[in-house]
Write a protein that binds this ligand. Structure first.
Ligand code: PYC
Length: 404
């Protein structure tokens, strides 16, 4: 006699929608949930609602390829993502939820002189920030990943790689569920199937949120959405320099473990890792057009297979089981937009491009501090919306996993 799923305890509660909250967070993914959790635990702000038009973790949080790393190109980016890795390192204990973080190492391959130069640059910036990254040669790469074709007789020979030992993978859904359960336990109300249809402002400040389940009065609204971040900001009258493109991913049938590190190739537009269950998870760069589609395409699967087999010819018999897409909100400098906006009480945590998942914990921590102290903490100082008028961009394109 086994447990039927109806016997399982609920991980978080449901509540009636209250008519007012101190803080309303739009978007029930890792960013929104982490912001709610740190508001409650770090600042004692517990009268918080998280609204999602679908289910928790159904957007980018459930569609990413679960890769964590902090080997960025700018000092601001490296410090920021490294704080996220530190939070991820003790997240299982903090949330009492097994998030299965595996720091198995991360390799970004260089197939030409200019990428090798960028890898050296990243390694030096990383080391100056205390982050473990170094450039290694094909012999060392082969030792770490014996299945990689490191010969010289291929279209794009591997010249070297940026090796980042602290990088790895995690169970992305567990991170969402862990934050959701802990936020709920700290008094946060999680409202699924609750779509935001308008944001009320008066005299340049936020006064409330209109939803498919009624109006909420509030003086603080945080836009933690991806894909729809511009539509939500438009509701408050805030323009954002963001375009949205799909990024596709795919997963194979499970096989015995053979791939111990995360492998990224910008030139071949692919990254791959093997889950604890044995599946290979692949991702690519964003599709070359703007769209809100979250479906996979045959063109993508064909291109992906061709590229992967250039790297690992031995896996040609493996079968793809599933493919899907997530939505990436791209900014002009490939860095996020975080903090206050010209509308008082309206905050944004958006523009995550192709690396929002790994930033979840530090973003939640920083946005919670920003709201509690009514000014951005130092760690997100460089990511304000005003940089697009002052011209102080944080160019992070060279650290995107694969080219765009
Ligand atoms: O930035 O590491 C990354 C990444 C992996 C998948 C998409 N982006």
């Amino acid at each position: 006699h086994g447990l039927s799923h109806s016997d399982w305890p609920r991980v978080w509660r449901t509540h009636p929608l209250k008519q007012s909250y101190d803080v309303v967070i739009i978007g029930g993914g890792i960013h929104g949930l982490a912001t709610a959790y740190y508001l409650a635990t770090n600042h004692g702000i517990r009268d918080v609602a998280v609204l999602d038009k679908g289910y928790l973790g159904g957007g980018g949080s459930g569609r990413n390829t679960a890769i964590l790393r902090s080997n960025y190109l700018t000092p601001e980016g490296v410090r920021f993502y490294d704080r996220s890795l530190q939070l991820y390192q003790h997240l299982a204990a903090d949330l009492n939820f097994n998030v299965m973080f595996s720091q198995r190492g991360h390799l970004t391959l260089a197939h030409n002189d200019s990428s090798l130069r960028t890898m050296r640059w990243r390694a030096e910036v990383n080391k100056l920030q205390g982050v473990d990254s170094e450039v290694i040669d094909p012999t060392e790469i082969k030792k770490l990943v014996p299945f990689l074709d490191t010969s010289e007789n291929v279209r794009y020979p591997i010249l070297g790689a940026l090796y980042h030992p602290p990088g790895g993978i995690i169970r992305h859904d567990a991170v969402v569920w862990g934050y959701a359960r802990a936020a709920d336990a700290n008094g946060v109300h999680l409202h699924q199937n609750t779509e935001v249809t308008g944001i009320d402002t008066r005299g340049g400040r936020v006064t409330g949120v209109q939803t498919s389940r009624g109006r909420i009065s509030t003086r603080v609204v945080v836009n933690c959405t991806a894909g729809w971040s511009t539509l939500i900001s438009d509701m408050a009258g805030v323009d954002m320099p963001v375009t949205t493109s799909p990024l596709q991913a795919a997963v194979t049938e499970p096989v015995r473990p053979f791939l111990d590190t995360v492998v990224v190739s910008g030139t071949l537009h692919v990254y791959v890792s093997q889950t604890d269950r044995g599946e290979l998870v692949f991702g690519a760069s964003v599709d070359p057009f703007t769209s809100y589609s979250m479906r996979g395409s045959l063109e993508f699967a064909e291109g992906l297979a061709g590229h992967v087999l250039e790297l690992m010819p031995a896996i040609s018999k493996m079968r793809l089981l599933r493919q899907w897409a997530g939505l990436c909100d791209m900014t002009p400098d490939y860095s996020p937009i975080m903090g206050p906006t010209p509308v008082e009480g309206f905050y944004v945590d958006v523009g995550w491009g192709t690396y929002g998942f790994k930033a979840g914990p530090v973003s939640g921590e920083a946005m919670a501090a920003c709201i509690a102290h009514q000014r951005p903490p130092k760690i997100i100082d460089a990511f304000g919306l005003d940089r697009f008028t002052s011209g102080q961009l944080v160019g992070e394109k060279g650290a995107a996993a694969v080219g765009h």
